[in-house]
Design a protein around this ligand. Structure first.
Ligand SMILES: Cc1cc2nc3c(=O)[nH]c(=O)nc-3n(C[C@H](O)[C@H](O)[C@H](O)COP(=O)(O)OP(=O)(O)OC[C@H]3O[C@@H](n4cnc5c(N)ncnc54)[C@H](O)[C@@H]3O)c2cc1C
Length: 279
């Protein structure tokens, strides 16, 4: 039987993102939580593997006590085991520290896993760093933003969309993938699932002591990133008119926005101008 681990993050509801101007951090305690949307797709991918190939699914989250809501939701949807990593000393952990802690917990609690699934990114911080950093920490082959996966024995075949190209990759287990939101449409919870989720001792809660984690690697100490300033960006809209012949208007447009166009379409300014001149 395959052993799958899915990392789930609880994020604030998108409509409620209060933040503290002084510290530059999100006041997650003031917002209602939900399972991060991309994590739902990662969980759905794991559930479909379980249905097709037979698997045991452990879900894991690091967060405050309230984060266990996403674990119960996952259990109700079909996950088998759930683990909450919860400790006040974890506060202030950046993505590096978060990945480090998740990696330690997975190594110690689920050492024989075959596949680790993460969401591609979160709706509150959206760095997309935790999955790849976790793969580095656990020394695993990894692929990010996957759309589809199939399993052939110990080989994982993955399809993903990169720079408008569809790539098919193969990796051996154990491996890590981050799942995009293109496929694996999350399912709804069924009543029987809810009954199963709320059995006794369904969620194991672990603090850093019980995980034997070195406190130098977590929280503010363990974080390599320091937030210097957070501010709301002021945006202004303006209408710009290009006049003259179409060719002149295009030339003026290219001259004015060449750097932005170049960055958006991945071509050098010379290439863009050459195409325009040829036409
Ligand atoms: C200096 C600094 C201080 C911070 N302090 C705090 C703080 O005090 N409190 C706080 O809540 N946040 C804090 N953060 C934010 C916190 O580091 C990120 O929320 C966290 O590392 C996840 O990053 P992300 O949301 O960008 O995840 P991404 O990399 O975008 O997430 C990708 C996937 O990784 C997995 N994943 C990510 N986070 C978790 C998790 N916690 N548990 C399980 N799986 C996960 C999920 O599968 C997710 O879909 C801080 C960040 C910085 C830079």
């Amino acid at each position: 039987m395959l052993k799958l681990v899915v990392c789930l993050k609880q994020v604030p509801m998108v409509t409620e993102l209060p933040w503290d101007e002084k510290t530059g951090t999100l006041r997650r305690d003031l917002a209602a939580g939900m399972m991060n949307p991309a994590c739902k797709h990662a969980l759905e991918a794991a559930l479909q593997i379980k249905e097709k190939y037979s698997a045991d699914i452990t879900v894991i989250t690091m967060g405050p006590p309230a984060a266990q809501e996403v674990l119960y939701e996952a259990l109700a949807l079909g996950a088998d085991k759930a683990m909450l990593i919860c400790d006040r000393l974890l506060a202030g952990s950046d993505t590096y520290a978060t990945s480090w802690i998740l990696g330690e917990a997975i190594t110690k609690q689920c050492p024989k896993f075959d596949l680790l699934l993460c969401g591609a990114y979160t709706s509150d911080s959206e760095t997309a760093q935790v999955g790849p950093q976790l793969a580095e920490k656990l020394d695993l082959p990894a692929a990010a933003y996957i759309e589809k996966l199939e399993i052939y024995g110990k080989t994982l075949r993955i399809r993903r969309l990169v720079d408008n190209f569809r790539e098919t990759l193969e990796m051996e287990f154990p491996a890590l993938v981050t799942v995009s939101m293109e496929n694996y449409l999350p399912r709804y919870t069924q009543l029987v699932g809810l009954e199963n989720a709320f059995g006794e001792n369904q969620v194991v809660v672990l603090d850093i002591k019980s995980l034997g984690i070195d406190s130098a690697e977590i929280g503010n100490h363990g974080s390599r990133t320091k937030v210097r300033k957070v501010f709301l960006r002021e945006t202004q809209k303006e209408n710009i008119f290009f006049t003259g012949t179409p060719s002149l208007a295009v030339t003026d447009f290219l001259n004015k926005y060449q750097r932005k166009i170049s960055a958006a379409i991945g071509k050098s300014i010379e290439e863009i101008k050459q195409v325009h001149e040829e036409k």
